[in-house]
Ligand binder design. Structure first.
Ligand code: TXA
Ligand code: MG
Length: 355
């Protein structure tokens, strides 16, 4: 199939273009579209065959369930059962936005969407293009991130095309995604509520809203080792570049010394090596020998929202440069930094080095 490319204004998407994409979705097609977090690959969530197409296009394991995207609260009752009281509060505070709630499922949601679970993950995105598209399609959209399974989530239409050109019916280009990392996935059936995936809404914001503790296991190591896969997505390796990734933590000075030593060793072995640096340490690396084949500024330690925006593009650039070794500086794991570190930890397959 050839993939139709549709460009829209991210703030005021042209109704005719949105109608064209919505029409494809209503006929069971696959359309990638921007959300405020990352690009999603959408299909009609109530059409089991259309949803099966998502798994084929991505090469996604069938036991990893999808997030259902809605544009208004009427659509919520099509896909979810009775809402717990705590959910209502969070819906009011964080929707539309980057929070996904795991809720009891409405029986009409096909088992393909939820991988047979009796719960369904739902969010209302805030991106004008996503909202307009769901509204125009008139149905909730099942939409995982629009990458090949195992690649970093796409934050631009270019990333989507690199992964899925010829495998999906259309891509709507609404410019770069705003946050750059996926939504927070929250399981409200657990007590206290459990963050299954840290993301755009922070644990701190959730605890404020719920006026109580929210559980999150930073390393998720046991979960990731298949001991208790609470969220099926957890047992799969994600976001791993082709090279070996090392995540180096410690004081900024100790980190850069350690990274530079590891870089020297890599260069002695003739390896292509990349360094993903904080803005603060960038100039220092530039003054050192040897230089990395690829030196990327992820952003300041004090502006983790910028780091989140840059992260997936940087990981993709490492693959494009065919880096055999990728040295990444750790960032503070607070606020959005928790999600940044969670993704880096996975990319590094848990290879943490304390400088
Ligand atoms: O920001 C996002 O959430 C993006 C955009 C496109 O909205 N979507 C996204 O979808 O990241 P995906 O499929 O890449 O990740 C969905 C995550 C997976 O880890 C999956 O296992 C989990 O949500 N999930 C889905 N349904 C679940 C359920 N019923 N119970 C627990 N976890 C669930
Ligand atoms: Mg994904």
């Amino acid at each position: 199939m050839s993939t139709l490319y549709l460009k829209v204004d991210p703030r005021q998407p042209e109704p005719l273009v949105i109608a064209q994409a919505a029409n494809i979705l209503r006929h069971g097609g696959l359309v990638a579209f921007p959300t405020e977090t990352v690009y999603g690959l959408g299909a009609n969530a109530l059409d089991a065959q259309a949803v099966a197409g998502i798994f084929r296009a991505k090469g996604r394991p069938a036991d990893n369930p999808l997030i259902v995207h809605i544009a208004n609260l009427e659509q919520l009752s099509l896909v979810a059962g009775e809402l717990p009281a705590r959910a209502k509060n969070l819906v009011n505070l964080f929707w539309p936005g980057p929070l996904t709630l795991v809720l009891p499922k409405n029986p009409q949601v096909p088992a393909e969407v939820t991988a047979g679970l009796d719960t369904v993950a739902i969010r209302m995105p805030s991106h004008p293009v996503a909202l307009a598209l769901i509204q125009a399609a008139g149905v909730p959209l099942a939409a995982p991130s629009a990458n090949r399974s195992g690649a970093p989530s796409p934050t631009t239409a270019g990333h989507v095309i690199a992964d899925l050109d010829g495998r999906i019916h259309a891509v709507v280009d609404g410019g770069p995604a705003y946050i750059g990392l996926e939504s927070t996935v929250l399981d409200l059936a657990a007590d206290p509520p459990l963050v299954l995936r840290p993301g755009g809404v922070t644990v701190e914001q959730l605890e404020d809203a719920l006026q109580g503790p929210v559980a999150y296991e930073p390393a998720l190591s046991q979960l990731e080792q298949n001991l208790i896969p609470r969220s099926p997505g957890m047992k799969y390796t994600h976001y791993a570049p082709q090279g070996e990734v090392f995540l180096v933590s410690g004081s900024p000075e100790a980190v850069r010394e350690k990274v530079q030593r590891l870089l020297s060793q890599a260069k002695e072995h003739g390896q292509i090596a990349a360094v993903l640096s904080s803005k603060e340490n960038l100039a220092w690396y530039q003054s050192q020998e040897p230089m990395a084949d690829l030196l990327i500024n992820l952003g300041p330690r004090s502006a983790l929202d910028l780091v989140a925006q840059n992260l997936y593009g940087a990981l993709r650039a490492c693959d494009e440069a065919k880096a055999a070794m990728v040295l990444v500086e750790a960032f503070p794991a607070t606020g959005l930094g928790l999600a940044v570190m969670n993704r880096l930890y996975k990319a590094a397959s848990c290879r943490m080095i304390e400088a």
